[in-house]
Design a protein around this ligand. Sequence first.
Ligand SMILES: [Zn+2]
Length: 180
Amino acid sequence: MSFSLECSCGRSLAVQAAQAGTTLRCPCGAEVDVPSVGRLRELAGRLAYEAGTIDVIRGMLWRGELPAGDRCAISGESTDDVADLSVEAERIYPGGDHRAYAWLGLLVSPILLLGLFQEPRPDVGRETIVPTPLRVASCYHPKLRRSGQRALKRWLRTVPIYARLLEEFPRARVKVGETA
Ligand SMILES: [Zn+2]
C-alpha cells in the first residue's frame, strides 16, 4: 500500500508501507520522518477527507460558482457585492512525534533542545487558507470587519458548501479581506 506524506516545502512524497519508521529525503533537501503504518493510514484517511470539501470549494471558485446566490448573507437583500472572506483550516501533518523528542531533549541536554527548536517545524498543524467569497452588500462590509468569529461563521453557513467546511474544521478561523 502506498501513502503520501507532505514535506514542509509543500511537496507530496510517495511512501510505501515498508518505509514506515525510516526517513525520506525530499528534493528540497529536508528530511521527512515516515511515521508508523498505523499513523500513515490515519493520515491518509484524514487528508483524503480534508481534500474533499476544500477541493470542491476550489473547483466551484474555478468554475465561477462562488460566491453563491445573489442575496446578501447579512440582510437577505439582493446584491452584487462580494466580501472577500477566507477560512483558515488547520491541517495536521506527521511529525507530532518531534514534540515528544523535544521534551526528551529537555531532560537530556539543553543544547540538543535548542537544536530541535531551531529546526524549521516541519510538522504541526500547518494552515490551509480557503477563499470563501460571500455575497455581502458593501454597506455591511465595515460590520463584517468588526464582527467576531461566531457571527462570521453564522453568515458563512448560509452557503451550504461553507457550512460543510466549517463542520469539518470546527477550529477554523474566518478572516475578512484576505484571500489566498
Ligand atoms: Zn521538501
